[in-house]
Design a protein around this ligand. Sequence first.
Ligand SMILES: NC(=O)c1ccc[n+]([C@@H]2O[C@H](COP(=O)([O-])OP(=O)(O)OC[C@H]3O[C@@H](n4cnc5c(N)ncnc54)[C@H](OP(=O)(O)O)[C@@H]3O)[C@@H](O)[C@H]2O)c1
Length: 430
Amino acid sequence: MADIGELVNIGLLGCGTIGSGVYHLADKNARELTMAAGRPFRISRILVKQIDEPRTFPADRSLMTTDAAAVLQDPEINVFIELIGGIEPARTFALDVLGRGKHLVTANKELVARHGRELMEAAARSGSQVRFEASVGGGIPLIRPLEESLGGDRVEKIMGIVNGTTNYILTRMSDEGSTYAEALAEAQGLGYAEADPVADVEGADAASKLAILCSIAFNVGVTDAQVYREGINGVRPEDLENARELGYAVKLLAVAISEDDGISARVHPTMIPLEHPLASVSGNFNAIFITGESVGDLMFYGQGAGSLPTATAILGDVVNVVRNMDRPPASRRSYWSRPGNVKPIDEALTRFYVVLRVEDRPGVLAWIAGVFGENQVSLESVVQKGFGDSAQIVMITHQVMERNFQAARERLADLDVVLEIPSVIRVESG
Ligand SMILES: NC(=O)c1ccc[n+]([C@@H]2O[C@H](COP(=O)([O-])OP(=O)(O)OC[C@H]3O[C@@H](n4cnc5c(N)ncnc54)[C@H](OP(=O)(O)O)[C@@H]3O)[C@@H](O)[C@H]2O)c1
């Protein structure tokens, strides 16, 4: 390898599920990586919290330290990979290295979604690069395709299954008729769901990922706090059964639409037609469906998490950084400083599936239709299920402004004949 450039030293911040996978792949695929990057690189120091923690893949203990300054200030290191996760100390470490002109690769969706602007501005000031391909969709290439391959098009819409845990839970509920609690316990048993699953099941993880995709696709800064979110814990096995009878699957979708008056960005359980490609994405897989003005529909599918798939995306970023180390960064992403105009959920236009438990007596349907009519909600289908003292009415609306639907829902809840509104799920046409 006589014509190969100088060795690049890398500092690995964190050596857990993903960090140890990165160490393993960097060693195993060193030859391929050197060819791709145009020069060799190696992990020369590893920062951890406790050296004796068990690792998913073995890593060289002699490189490990718990002394952050010893790694961050090592003058031999030019590229840092942040795989600690969460906001602090990851943010402080990231800003520290960027401030000193070092390059940063991270898989930290929370950090990029919340402090992306700060990171991009710090990188622009020092002329360093920030890459975060693995922060959305694990091993699925998304950021670079959106930023580079689709740079000549206008992205109109993104619809994604970006959280494997919730997709696994919904798949089990749909296929096996399990309750939400049973499916969650199963996902935890298999290691797909964290002991504390809140960030996954309540949609926060998906909201962070959608904020990042919005920023890249629409060239503005969008933060996780701007993304509306609802989790999956209210989805009942009956809803999945009703959905299937009506020709739909239920998925936790991250949806972003670029409209003339702003961006619609939301994460919520969604019914999508069974023939839509996202409907057949099952288990813990991820898929992101992107519609570009000129390119049309594209779908990216694969392992959205896991040690080696995610490590692959991280090393792809490292290759990119190393290839471009001696040139000015291709993109400073200055648009991140321009806050995105994300519209409130009230202004979203969607269809709704709604289930009402009502008294089974004459005239009930007319009252319900009247309330919907007063609020400009028109119904696409109405099915009555179950008879006796109380009946279930399953309805799908035509497209309606969210605020009109919610006004109708409030009025319906006040009607004496409406005993309960057990379920409301948004419906996408695809
Ligand atoms: N897991 C996935 O499938 C996945 C997929 C895509 C993206 N990501 C992202 O990748 C990042 C890493 O996730 P992970 O699953 O690998 O996490 P993890 O297994 O919990 O590993 C975290 C690592 O950071 C170290 N660490 C934690 N706090 C530290 C501190 N204060 N100082 C120094 N080191 C510290 C830990 O040290 P010890 O080992 O000594 O405890 C550990 O090595 C996160 O941002 C996550 O969102 C994960």
